[in-house]
Every structure is written in structure tokens, then in C-alpha cells.
Design a protein around this ligand. Structure first.
Ligand SMILES: *Cc1c(COP(=O)(O)O)cnc(C)c1O
Length: 432
């Protein structure tokens, strides 16, 4: 079974998550349900914040990459923990606004901000746009001018490195829909354009090299390229960046065979080398930002399901069907992501039954995982899938007209609903 400090088994042999009996949670809130450990989320924010302040210095803060999980309650927690945020759409901006998040600490990302997005961001006092391309830069300049402000921005730069990770989530290579590459000269041109525009205040640069990166070296490689670029722009245009945003992507242990990451020591390692590179290049040290998404919320979440049929196909596989699947967790269908699971009401029994954990949708690819080891379940058992806090609810759909599952937060005092389960009426609410 997946091991983590917030997971244990009680005397009844039930899985306990963040101090709460998951079988009881399943009874109380129904299934499928996302369960999230509020203390773990807060603890991760604090690790990032204190390590960044200690090693990079004051003003260097983590921004929660809220595409990993964008709901009001998360933005409230981020505000309380002193985090900045990164958002990628007006919908995320709206959600943050509804949660009372101070948008001066928000960075608006994305490779295609519409005119509406730019207006909406500016009217609501967005701190920075992370500008992707020249067309967008001109549009921001124009809309900022119409609003009589000088808009602060970073430029999204493609450092052209491969962080040795999955190609599908590998965004820092030259051939990418994101940003402007240094190698092709387009990054340089974008700096020149930004510096020439009247209503633009260029504060620095951003890069994001990918996701599920377990070592810190790829971040240092990216930082070396980015800081060298910063030096070149200083020499060429006399512009010295104030902010260097190295993006997100620190890995998460999804299954026990993945490495356990010490985020604080990774940050310390990156910071030490960044400071040295700045000294070597004769740069004043900019403020550094990081944008963790997954590593803040992924292992703070589990999903509870109820088992339906158990089907054994002689000579082939065993299928265990659950009452959720790709509508609440499309990551196996998208990336063949690995997950670990347990029968929550039989957590102390041996997991000796190899099976495919299948969702309920009319789609063969709707699986949570193959070759999973569970204690042989029967209809009505509760299954818990681990490490589902990131990119699960955020990617949830209504496929097969299945209402979205609720998010239940647990903490020392008990549990509460952060997001209600959708109703059938919710499914039809926009239909005339
Ligand atoms: C996806 C993304 C992140 C977060 O990545 P994680 O792997 O969740 O940490 C941060 N910044 C940008 C620009 C992204 O696209």
C-alpha cells in the first residue's frame, strides 16, 4: 500500500487518511468523493515559503499553479499561507476573486490570452501577465493604454532543455506552443518589443521546463540558461530583470517506487547555484519565483469509490469496476499515469489480487490502473486511490453525464465539504 505520513490503518482494519476513517467518510459523504488533507496542503506551502525565503532571500516566493486544483477553498488557503498564485484563464481568475484572493499576487499565464482575458485581468488588478508572444504583448500594451495603466509583465522564455520527463508534459523545448525560444532569437526580439512599448513594464522572465521532475539539476540547467539570457539582455539593452520565475514541475511520489522528494533541500540546491551563477555573471540577484502545482496538492488527496462488479476473464485479467473513473480522474486515459489503491475496509488484509481497476464509463480506456494489487474486493467495498489531489478535480468532466464528485476537506477537527457533489439539476442548468 502507498505509504505516507498521513496514511495509516486502524483497529477495524480501515484505511485512515489524515486522522479520519475513510470507510466512515465514504458512508457520510457518498462515493465517489475526493478527500483532501488540509494540514498537508498547508504544510507544503510552508515548506516552499520558508525554504525560498531562507535560500533565495526576501521577496522570493512560491506561486501555487492553480491549474492543478482551482476551487475557492484552495485560494483561501493559499491566501492564508501567504502564497502567490499562477492562473491560466479568466475562470481561474474569477474563482480566485470570489475567494477574496489579492490579485496583485497573481500571475496570468497561458499561450493564448484573449482580449477578454487581458481586459478582465487588467480591470481586476492582476499583478503580472506572463506574456507568451509578440501579438499578445501588443494587445496587452493596447488594453493597458486604454485603461491608463502601465501593466507589469514577465516574458515566457523557452530555454530549450529536456528535463528527462514525459514528452506530453515537456514544455521547455524549442519546439513548443509556449513562449519564445532563446535559440531562435525570438526571445531577444520579444524583450526589445516589450522595452519599446509605452504601457508595458517588463519585470523579468519566466520559464517552465516540464512536470514530474525529481532531480534539481534540470532546474539549475534552466536557471543557467535563463540567467545567461538575462545577462545578455542587460549588456544589449541595459535592462536588468528584477524577477526570475523558474516555473513549476517538482515531482511527486505517486507510487512507492517513485523517489520521495525533499522539497526544501531541492530548493536549497537550486538557490545556492542560482546565487553563484548571478555572482559569476555580475548580475544583481533578481527575486526568484517557483510555481509548484502538483507538489502542493497531489499527495494531499485521495479518491474514494465503491466497488461494483468483480469480473474474472479466464486466461486474461480480473476487472474491478468502481463508481467513478475518467470523469473524476482522466489521467490514466491521458498519460497512463500510475496510481496505487487499497480496499479501504480491508486495508490490513494482504493485497494479493491482481486486477485492472476500471471506471464506469462507456470507453475501454476508462481505467484507473492496470496490474494493480488489491485485497480481492466484493461489491459494496470501498476503494481508495492515492495521490489524486492534483489534476483530478481540475480535469474532471461530465462524460456519460456523471455529476462531479465533491471535495471533502479533512483536518484535525474533522471533515467538511469544500465543494458539493453536483446534482442532476446541475447537469441541465444551462439547457433550454
Ligand atoms: C503546469 C504548470 C505549472 C505547475 O506544474 P506542476 O508540475 O503541477 O508543478 C507551473 N507553471 C506553469 C507555467 C505550468 O504550465
Amino acid at each position: 500500500m502507498y505509504n505516507s505520513s498521513n496514511i495509516s490503518i486502524n483497529e477495524q482494519g480501515h484505511l485512515v487518511f489524515a486522522g479520519q476513517d475513510t470507510v466512515e467518510l465514504a458512508k457520510q459523504y457518498g462515493t465517489p468523493a475526493y478527500i483532501m488533507d488540509e494540514e498537508r496542503i498547508r504544510e507544503r506551502c510552508r515548506i516552499y515559503r520558508s525554504a525560498m525565503e531562507e535560500h533565495f532571500g526576501e521577496g522570493s516566493i512560491p506561486l501555487f499553479a492553480s491549474k492543478a486544483l482551482s476551487v475557492k477553498r484552495i485560494y483561501e488557503i493559499m491566501a492564508e499561507e501567504g502564497m502567490g498564485i499562477d492562473i491560466v484563464s479568466s475562470g481561474e481568475l474569477y474563482t480566485a476573486l470570489k475567494a477574496g484572493f489579492d490579485l496583485s499576487k497573481a500571475y496570468f499565464h497561458g499561450n493564448n490570452k484573449t482580449d477578454f482575458d487581458i481586459k478582465y485581468g487588467i480591470e481586476n488588478g492582476i499583478g503580472h501577465f506572463v506574456c507568451d508572444n509578440a501579438d499578445e504583448l501588443r494587445a496587452i500594451n493596447e488594453i493597458a493604454g486604454a485603461n491608463r495603466i502601465k501593466q507589469h509583465i514577465l516574458l515566457r522564455i523557452t530555454p530549450g532543455i529536456d528535463p528527462h520527463t514525459l514528452a506530453a508534459i515537456n514544455t521547455g523545448k524549442v519546439d513548443s506552443k509556449f513562449g519564445a525560444a532563446i535559440e531562435t532569437g525570438q526571445a531577444d526580439e520579444l524583450v526589445a518589443l516589450a522595452l519599446s512599448l509605452e504601457n508595458i513594464a517588463l519585470d523579468g522572465y519566466h520559464c517552465h521546463i516540464g512536470s514530474q521532475i525529481f532531480e534539481y539539476e534540470p532546474f539549475v540547467d534552466a536557471a543557467t540558461i535563463m540567467l545567461t539570457f538575462m545577462r545578455d539582455m542587460k549588456v544589449k539593452y541595459g535592462f536588468e530583470a528584477q524577477i526570475m520565475n523558474l516555473g513549476g514541475g517538482m515531482g511527486v511520489k505517486y507510487v512507492n517506487s517513485d523517489p520521495e522528494i525533499n522539497y526544501a533541500s531541492n530548493i536549497a540546491g537550486i538557490a545556492t547555484l542560482c546565487k553563484k551563477i548571478c555572482r559569476d555573471l555580475g548580475l544583481n540577484q533578481p527575486k526568484f519565483l517557483l510555481e509548484p502545482g502538483r507538489s502542493i496538492v497531489a499527495d494531499s488527496g485521495i479518491t474514494l469509490y465503491t466497488v461494483g462488479g468483480v469480473k474474472e476473464i479466464p486466461g486474461f485479467k480480473n476487472y474491478v469496476s468502481i463508481d467513478g473513473g475518467m470523469p473524476d480522474n482522466p489521467r490514466y486515459a491521458l498519460y497512463q499515469s500510475r496510481y496505487d489503491a487499497v480496499v479501504a475496509n480491508k486495508a490490513s488484509l494482504p493485497a494479493d489480487y491482481e486486477c485492472t481497476l476500471a471506471g464506469r464509463c462507456c470507453e475501454s480506456g476508462d481505467l484507473i490502473g492496470e496490474g494493480m494489487m488489491l485485497c480481492k474486493p466484493v461489491r459494496g467495498d470501498t476503494v481508495a486511490v492515492f495521490v489524486t489531489g492534483a489534476y483530478n478535480y481540475a480535469m474532471a468532466s461530465h462524460y456519460n453525464r456523471i455529476p462531479k464528485a465533491p471535495i471533502v476537506m479533512v483536518n484535525k477537527n474533522g471533515s467538511y465539504i469544500a465543494v458539493k457533489r453536483e446534482t442532476f439539476e446541475d447537469l441541465c442548468k444551462n439547457e433550454i
